[in-house]
Design a protein around this ligand. Structure first.
Ligand SMILES: [Zn+2]
Length: 143
């Protein structure tokens, strides 16, 4: 009983988030939002989310998953991290921070913003100012 109530409350919260972001709360978007934001902060890929959606019995295409992730990103609900041209991660933590990327497993882990200090940044081009620095520290199991 309690779980049901908290699910409903969570649903209302997600609905409100979507509406505030200017996105209609369609059943597909709500279902995906539930998967994305219902498990605490995490980093996911379009492929991984699609697999989760199938497992949950959501009926949607890979394209829908992909488009929804990009809509959420444009709306500021997710942050996109380009690990390399073939691997894009979506982060539920949109505050500034850095990452460890495990090259063996593909797992991504947060590094707090203050955990990295970058000194000697180059002078930005004329008329530009530095907006932010995103660091990905690539790790591998040590031999
Ligand atoms: Zn992160």
């Amino acid at each position: 009983m309690n779980a049901q109530t908290s699910t409903q409350r969570h649903d209302a919260f997600l609905r409100e988030q979507l509406q505030r972001a200017g996105l209609r709360a369609t059943r597909q978007r709500l279902g995906l939002a539930e998967l994305i934001f219902g498990q605490g902060e995490r980093h996911l890929t379009a492929e991984g989310l699609y697999a989760e959606a199938l497992k949950e019995g959501l009926r949607l295409s890979q394209t829908t998953v992909y488009n929804t992730l990009h809509q959420f990103t444009e709306a500021g609900l997710l942050r996109e991290i380009l690990a390399d041209p073939r691997r894009i991660y979506f982060d539920t933590n949109v505050d500034p921070h850095h990452h460890f990327l495990d090259e063996d497993t593909g797992d991504m882990e947060d590094i707090p913003a203050e955990g990295v200090s970058v000194s000697a940044l180059p002078t930005p081009p004329d008329g530009k100012s530095i907006e932010g620095v995103d660091v990905i520290v690539r790790v591998r199991r040590s031999a």
